[in-house]
Design a protein around this ligand. Structure first.
Ligand SMILES: [Zn+2]
Length: 394
């Protein structure tokens, strides 16, 4: 086909496309105009306030629109969500409550309104009323959402037994993968029992955590803690060494305790070799600290300094440099030590920030490692590594 023939075909095709678009636009505009006639004027005033960034006046206009036209159910939901997002929970509650008071509301809308009301209560910190709302929604059209919100309440209130039941129910109803969370709930119970020296109960919860999630790192850590607390040092070593093989990174969280356990059984050399082996494969600030301290104790300050220097070359971090300076500090003559102290102080100011743990989801920084982020309440969002180590590896 030559270019002229192509042009002859293309021109009518363009006209047809233009015509169809024009028709579609006319239909849409007509539909829009018909729809807009049904909407109260205050609705448009509200929109105008939103466009001119006057949200408070917009909200007042929308309230007026809702009062003027009781059929605007979607507008009720939009308004309620807007109030809640702005933290104006009292207004959101009033909006959703007014929906529920209407006798003509379809069941699906009634369920949705109660779910939203429950969320308003949750946001306002009225957990009992929120829980009641979500419990009422069992068997409803929004059951899965209500169970998810209920689970949030149990987590906030640290009601781990209820959380386990709720998570299992949610798993059955929606097919959501809950095994990781359930393992954590059992670990929370185990940790609490351990604190209270209820070792049998702690053991049962750890087993339940493993039953929920066979590879649970946290349950492995707790198994070592329990064994140590019950006086079974060898079993603690075994549990933590197994954990190190399964997840070398997490050894950082127990390196100190593992070394202490080895020393308690008179096998400090073996413990040091295990940690050195782990360090060679997986650089870790926490493991390095323990290895350097042990090397200092057994082979002297020069050996510890050489180790720190070697690791610093391999993985150059400020927190590592601080340890190196610290290691030299004790051996310095008084005049040099005074100068080095300035460097040490400056370094420490930086490393305080860099040695924190960071949530990968929300960026919340914490001095201690968390399994459950206090900021965004996600599980397993903290790597067992310090902020600077993460910055370097990324
Ligand atoms: Zn977070």
């Amino acid at each position: 086909m030559d270019p002229q023939q192509l042009l002859l075909l293309a021109v009518p095709a363009a006209f047809i496309a233009f015509g169809l678009g024009w028709l579609a636009a006319r239909v849409d505009i007509k539909h829009l105009i018909e729809g807009s006639k049904a909407l109260p004027r205050s609705y448009f005033r509200g929109l105008n306030f939103l466009l001119t960034e006057q949200p408070d006046r917009a909200i007042d206009s929308f309230i007026e629109a809702v009062q003027g036209d009781p059929d605007t159910i979607e507008l009720h939901f939009t308004l309620g969500a807007m109030f809640r997002r702005r933290g104006e929970t009292e207004r959101a509650i009033r909006i959703h409550q007014s929906l529920l008071d209407r006798a003509d509301l379809a069941q699906a809308d009634r369920d949705r309104a109660l779910l939203e009301l429950g969320r308003d209560f949750l946001k306002a910190g009225m957990f009992d009323r929120a829980e009641n709302a979500f419990e009422t929604l069992r068997g409803s059209t929004v059951e899965a959402e209500a169970l998810g919100d209920l689970l949030d309440i149990f987590e906030i209130e640290k009601e781990w037994v209820k959380a386990i039941d709720c998570a299992r129910e949610l798993e059955a109803r929606s097919g959501a993968e809950m095994t990781r969370r359930i393992a954590h709930y059992h670990c929370e119970l185990a940790q609490f029992a351990l604190l209270q020296s209820r070792f049998d109960e702690a053991g049962r919860e750890i087993s339940a955590a493993f039953a929920a999630l066979r590879q649970s790192v946290r349950a492995g850590l707790l198994a070592g803690e329990l064994a140590l607390a019950a006086g079974h040092v060898e079993a603690a070593i075994e549990a933590w060494a197994a954990l190190g093989r399964q997840s070398p990174q997490h050894l950082a969280l127990v390196a100190d305790k593992l070394m202490a356990a080895y020393k308690q059984t008179g096998r400090a050399d073996e413990g040091l070799r295990l940690l050195e082996g782990s360090l060679a494969q997986t650089p870790s600030y926490d493991v390095l600290l323990v290895v350097a301290r042990e090397t200092h104790a057994t082979a002297g300050p020069d050996a510890a300094f050489a180790l720190l220097l070697r690791e610093l070359r391999r993985s150059p971090t400020l927190i590592g440099l601080e340890q190196l300076v610290q290691a030299r500090f004790a051996q310095m003559p008084a005049d040099l030590a005074a100068e080095l102290d300035i460097v040490r102080t400056l370094l420490h100011q930086q490393t305080r920030r860099l040695s924190r743990y960071v949530c990968a989801r929300c960026g919340f920084k914490a001095r201690q490692h968390h399994w459950h982020c206090p900021g965004c309440r996600n599980w397993d969002s903290y790597a067992p590594r310090r902020a600077e180590e993460l910055e370097i590896s990324s």
